[in-house]
Ligand binder design. Sequence first.
Ligand code: CS2
Length: 504
Amino acid sequence: MNTQSKFRLNDTNLQQLPSSFSVPNYDRKKVEAGIVHVGVGGFHRSHEAYYTDAYMNQTGDLNWGICGVGLRDADRKMKSILEQQDYLYTLIVKHPNGSIENQVIGCMTDFLLGCDEPNAVIQKMADASTKIVSLTITEGGYNFNPATNEFDFDNPDVIHDLANPYAPRLVFGFLTTALKLRMERGLPPFTVQSCDNIQHNGDVARKMLLAYSQKVDFDLAKWIEQEVPFPNAMVDRITPVTTAADMEYLGGEFNLQDEWPVTCEPFHQWIIEDKFSAGRPQWQKVGAQFVPDVTPYENMKIRLLNAGHSVLGILGSIHGFETIDESVQDPIFSQFLQLFMDSEVTPILPAVSGIDLDDYKQTLLERFANPNIKDHLTRICSESASKLATFLIPTINDNLQNNGDIQCATLVLAAWCYYSDKQTDRHNKVITIIDVMADELHVAAAKYSLNPDSFLELTSIFGDLSKNQEFLDIYRKQTRAIYADPNIKKHMQLILNRTSLAVS
Ligand code: CS2
């Protein structure tokens, strides 16, 4: 343990870092912010900012710095830490063999807090130097009603934003006023680039922005419709929540005081539709891929990786596991995941050009097993209502239509009912559940003993599944079995036993 006093991460102290650290090789004072990014969390910092920093290191093109934006009070901490660190932070890349690469990311130039200075955010977006406004605002940030997929005008923040165009709360208020200013000033629009993990993320952003802007100004909405590109993208890099141990590691090993580093896996992937109104970084030089249509890549990633995470997450939580690597180390869990991917997802995925699905699935298992990425099931299971509705339930529906298998995916829903009802693992240990629908999920699931299908009545999640007899027969049998004995591995094993993958 190092006992010397620590030095803070900032521009001046970069030279004190050991040579094993990679640091920006470009002159940070010359970086211009061509990108405004809303939602600076771990994922933005391990993904888009990582690619942009790598791009600057490689090409010396300094026109694509990132001005971070947070909209809510909860973003104040990020702003204040990044400000103190000259907008630098450490990316701690953890390999499965235990080796660690530490990289200081330098492409962020500034950070604005929308709830304190909304006009500064609007003016920054409206400025001619801004070419791209990118977003990681989570599914909830898109403000659609999950039952109808339409923009939710009943949200009190939307009502507030319509009345206060220069002091909005939600991203659509900011984008609309900034684009209006650009239209009035005769400037080209910026590209709206969603980096959220939702299918057709660009199309969703577009639909929501058009709905909102139509209420503000019809001509503006027409202009947005015709001029603003919203490229869809598939984004991927497993980024667990930063822990105190990550900071202690930097302090203990290197005397470095970084108050909010990011830990992630080495793997990263970014597949983007090439539609940009005012230029873009040549991210392909550092591994991003530009394609005409991202749909098959998104489907593959969401249905295998994200759904796979939920399979391990829900079942693993009931078993009493805490992290993804711990779950996937268990042969029953890894074989169950493999069976889910092979027999329920692969048959319904269209071929993906340039990708060998067997390799992709093998790599997924290896990524999940990375023992140095302690990805907690609390993060994986957070917002399961929206995740399962988009990552898993469509797979069940597709299989029901194609006479495919639904045993594994249905077991996850049956287990999720038990999990939402009891909110404990099989040993009665309380599970932390983070979900905007947590109360509704609990209320619906807790009626199980009165009505075994009560959980399925949440139609904004399950759609019409409760009307499908084939699904119902399996779901009822599985829930009954789990309520009788929450030893979830037993039920997974039963499904495995019916296949050649049975654990001997
Ligand atoms: C995870 C994702 O919680 C989740 O939904 O599956 O955050 C996952 O780690 C990322 O999509 C990986 O790119």
